[in-house]
Write a protein that binds this ligand. Structure first.
Ligand code: URA
Length: 260
């Protein structure tokens, strides 16, 4: 097993520990039999009489099994699975899931944190004020929502009260984002904000220290910048975002020139 998958497994185990090994969420009606089956796989209670070690192992196996199934899905199956997901508590308070929007063959992928109230109501990411700002950011580098760019989030359900997603929620949703990235195969990912950057890059480094560098998600270049919502509260941040966007554009130009 590689060091990366070891680290991923360790992180997942940490999250499972945080869950207290107790499956808290039960299946509710899912949108598709496939999704119901999948969700059952990760919420089933291990056999009565199993001790903590067996329960723990069962959870890790179920978690790995669910991830492996998601990583084999096609685009439509993935959409159906996200729509019916009950893998973490966010499913209890959401109105609808927010899969993402745009060109599934895009060169650019923008990843935010999680849906807010308007996104939860409409099912589309970044439609509120932060979304208008994101559209302006995209325009600054000659991009337009829906054309050669796909926009999604770390978590596909709204965290109540617009709080940050917890590590458990982000980890539950991780296979969906991983599969989206695999299917889209973007040339470049822009991580919008600390939550997106730290989850994609599996780091707790500060956003300031992540800016201005080309990181990698597997073999895909990742550039980290501020979240548009941060800019709504902090106008001077605009100059730094402008810098990051110019950096992203020149990185993309280099990638295109070198045929990547
Ligand atoms: N903020 C996000 O991170 N994502 C959205 O979809 C909306 C606001």
């Amino acid at each position: 097993m590689s060091a990366k998958s070891d680290a991923r497994r360790a992180r997942r185990e940490l999250v499972l520990n945080e869950l207290g090994l107790t499956p808290l969420w039960r299946i509710r009606e899912a949108n598709a039999p496939e999704a119901a089956q999948l969700n059952q796989a990760c919420t089933e209670i291990p056999a009565v009489g199993a001790g903590p070690a067996e329960i723990h192992t069962a959870h890790v196996d179920q978690w790995e099994d669910r991830r492996a199934k998601i990583l084999r899905m096609g685009w439509e199956g993935l959409q159906t699975s996200v729509a019916g997901c009950v893998a973490c508590p966010l499913c209890e308070s959401r109105s609808r899931t927010v899969f993402g929007v745009g060109d599934p063959n895009a060169d650019w992928l923008c990843v935010g944190e999680g849906p807010g109230a308007q996104e939860d109501a409409t099912g589309e990411p970044f439609v509120g004020l932060a979304g208008q700002l994101l559209d302006n950011m995209l325009a600054a580098i000659d991009l337009k929502r829906g054309r050669n760019v796909f926009i999604t989030n770390i978590v596909k359900c709204r965290p109540p009260g617009n709080r940050e997603p917890t590590p458990v929620e982000a980890q539950s949703c991780e296979p969906y984002l991983a599969r989206q990235i695999e299917l889209i195969r973007p040339r470049l990912i822009i991580a919008l904000g600390k939550i997106a950057g730290s989850n994609l890059l599996n780091t707790s480094a500060s956003l300031a220290s992540l800016r201005g560098k080309v990181h990698k998600y597997l073999d895909i270049p990742v550039i980290v910048t501020y979240h548009p919502a941060y800019l709504l509260r902090n106008l001077p941040g605009k100059a730094m975002v402008w810098e990051d966007l110019c950096f992203a554009r020149s990185t993309m130009n280099q990638l295109l020139q070198s045929g990547h």
